[in-house]
Write a protein that binds this ligand. Structure first.
Ligand code: FAD
Length: 299
């Protein structure tokens, strides 16, 4: 039996719990070294491991009303509040109906108890290359909404990540929402995650959304986890498929391109070669599945 994790957090910091988004933005604008606490499932783990986060103030954003809600947007998409818990989202009827692989990816994350605490905003802002909600969001064309005292801006999810733990977010900003565009007709999606055991973090993961036009691909978007220093949007490889007639040969050719393109590292008992081989295999699998889910048939 493994030892119980009773390690005490040694870091010293102040704790604040603003009641409103305005108050939270004031704190971020006025104070230095503020770290946001959402579900704490990444933050507290890092603190327990003794990581030096340079945190003088922990700002708890739980309960800030403006950070919650799953609401239809004017153009028929969905706006998901950053502090929404993974568990609430994976079971949300709109998320399941409109963005099925986002719900699926969340369902495959961690355990129910972790998913009850973890938030979608935290999954993005932790900026791990394995973050499971990111690939589906990139493939569905999501934007992140960032707010500060200076105003609001939206950033395409594919441009949000810079390197492990680092995003384009400024120190005075909060991620307030993930905004997804309206789903289109004849769209199919697929998600696959290879992990040691089901709730574990991904050794490699892949997401794909295909929009079909008859027997041709109108648009395709693919993204991968755990094969690069950040969640990887396969923009060029995906874009090359637009307008092409779908076939088994095209899928094989694309899977080979994915294999050749990714440059994973070996870690946690998984070799780079394994990740590359798996990338080929699962790219093929999700292209077939997404096509099938779009109502397409393979010649
Ligand atoms: C046992 C275990 C298993 C896990 N398995 C998985 C898995 O399978 N897949 C996966 O992807 N992840 C997994 N995780 C990681 C983690 O649960 C997720 O990344 C989760 O979504 C983080 O959300 P949180 O609300 O707990 O973030 P927190 O820990 O509260 O925050 C994470 C980071 O984001 C920042 N932050 C949070 N919210 C905001 C915001 N709104 N604006 C600005 N900054 C913000 C924080 O300051 C911090 O730097 C696992 C964690 C554990 C402990």
């Amino acid at each position: 039996m493994g030892a119980m994790n009773t390690k005490v957090i040694e870091a010293e910091y102040d704790y604040v719990k603003p009641a409103s988004l305005d108050e939270a933005l004031d704190i971020l604008a006025e104070k230095e070294n503020v770290k946001i606490y959402a579900g704490g499932t990444d933050l507290l783990v890092k603190l327990k491991m003794g990581a030096d986060l340079g945190m003088d103030i922990m700002m708890d954003i739980n309960g800030i009303e403006d950070l919650y809600g799953v609401d239809k947007t004017a153009d028929g998409g969905l706006r998901i509040g950053a502090a929404e818990k993974i568990w609430n989202l994976e079971t949300n009827a709109d998320v399941i109906a409109m963005y099925p692989i986002l719900s699926e990816a969340m369902h495959l994350m961690a355990s129910v108890s972790v998913r009850n605490m973890a938030t979608i905003g935290g999954n993005f802002c932790n900026a791990s290359p394995v973050a499971d909600t990111v690939g589906p969001c990139m493939c569905y064309g999501a934007c992140v909404e960032l707010k500060s005292k200076k105003g609001v801006r939206t950033v395409d999810a594919t441009e949000f990540f810079l390197k492990p733990g680092v995003t384009v977010m400024e120190a005075d900003e909060i991620l307030t929402a993930i905004i997804l565009p309206a789903p289109e007709e004849n769209t199919g999606a697929a998600f696959t995650k290879m992990a040691r055991v089901r709730p574990d973090i991904a050794k490699v993961s892949i997401s794909c959304v295909i929009k079909r036009d008859g027997d041709a691909i109108k648009d395709c978007r693919m993204a991968m986890g755990s094969v690069a220093p950040k969640p990887l949007f396969l923009g060029d490889i995906s874009a090359e498929l637009a307008g092409k007639k779908m076939s088994a040969a095209l899928i094989e050719e694309t899977a080979q391109k994915v294999h050749d393109f990714v440059k994973p590292i070996g870690d946690h008992g998984t070799t780079a070669e394994y990740r590359k081989e798996m990338a080929h295999l699962i790219a093929k699998e999700i292209l077939e599945k997404a096509w099938e889910n779009s109502g397409g048939e393979l010649a």
